[in-house]
Design a protein around this ligand. Structure first.
Ligand code: NAD
Length: 288
């Protein structure tokens, strides 16, 4: 396929490299980055012109909307705009509507798996959009990832991502505060892990990503809390979850509290640039 790839940062550059290595003709554009070995255009519109699929991997919904306004008129009829950024549900739906009005297909497909997943081609995609557009981009998901779930109409990929990450943020906080309570009660961390990981308090954060160093499987806690999944990215996704909850009047008190705690951690404490599981040393330092 002829592919335009716009947004070649930490995630976009390795994703584009994997598509090119699989034999697709990829033309990239980025306002700042210029990864080695990729053919680059000097504007987003030029990267998009004539492509079968244009992929965007951008920081936020406002930037996505402005890039979409530039590329949709340049894209050939019937081509698909595949947005893999994590953005607000409203922006994803607005961009999909504009694409349909321009005779284009659109799929929103945010990812989980981080920079490692992007590099190794093992991302998970959560996709929203019409069946035919999903089918067009499915072979690209197979190259860039290990799994793609079609979640329904436009915006549902973003909805799935923020619901998952709202659970993740709240669960990480619950797990880390429980470790600190256990410490203060004199309960050994290994015993705590052995019980909880096989009892009803188990979760991905405890069993697969244990926030306590030296306990459970290897995780960022064993590497001085270097990300991993950075606390500021968790904060971004939690804020998107609260924007969406406000828009549809959903009561999400745990998500709201997790957002406040990660905001405090990242913006007022030492959380910026640390893994989101560094909530454990944060709670350790505090009293009630
Ligand atoms: P990044 O900041 O490294 O990359 C974004 C790129 O977009 C930058 O190179 C920037 O120059 C470029 N850009 C900005 N405005 C542009 C414009 N108008 N036209 C063209 N290029 C433009 O971010 P990233 O870590 O690659 O993340 C990309 C997206 O993926 C984000 O939405 C993020 O939330 C999501 N995401 C990131 C991770 C992760 O671990 N990094 C994991 C899952 C999802």
């Amino acid at each position: 396929m002829k592919i335009g790839f716009i947004g070649l940062g930490n995630m976009g550059a390795p994703m584009a490299a994997n598509l090119a290595a699989a034999g697709h003709a990829v033309t990239g554009f980025d306002t700042a980055a210029a990864p080695d070995g990729l053919t680059m255009a000097d504007s987003a519109a030029k990267a998009a012109a004539g492509a079968d699929v244009v992929i965007t991997m951008l920081p936020n919904g406002d930037i996505l909307r402005s890039v979409a306004a530039e590329i949709h008129p340049a894209m050939k009829s019937g081509a698909v705009h595949l947005d893999c950024s994590t953005v607000d549900v409203d922006s994803a739906r607005a961009v999909a509507e504009q694409a349909a009005a321009a005779g284009l297909g659109a799929v929103d497909a945010p990812v989980s798996g981080g920079i490692g997943g992007a590099t190794n081609g093992t991302l998970t995609f959560m996709a929203g959009g019409p069946e035919d557009a999903f089918a067009t981009v499915q072979p690209l998901f197979d190259i860039m990832g290990q799994k793609a779930v079609h979640c329904g109409d436009a915006g549902n990929g973003q909805a799935a991502k923020i619901c998952n990450n709202m659970i993740l943020g709240a669960t990480m906080i619950a797990t880390t505060e429980a470790f600190v309570l256990a410490d203060k009660l004199g309960l050994d961390r290994q015993a705590m892990f052995d019980v909880v990981s096989t009892s009803s308090g188990y979760s991905w954060t405890m069993n697969a990503y244990c926030p306590a160093p030296g306990i459970g499987p290897q995780s960022p806690a064993d590497n001085d809390y270097k990300p991993g999944f950075a606390a500021e990215l968790m904060l971004k996704d939690l804020r998107l979850s609260q924007m969406a909850a406000e828009a549809v009047d959903a009561d999400t008190p745990m998500g709201a509290r997790a957002t406040e705690l990660y905001a405090q951690f990242v913006e007022e404490e030492d959380g910026l640039g640390r893994d989101f599981s560094a909530m454990l040393p944060r709670f350790e330092k505090r009293g009630r």
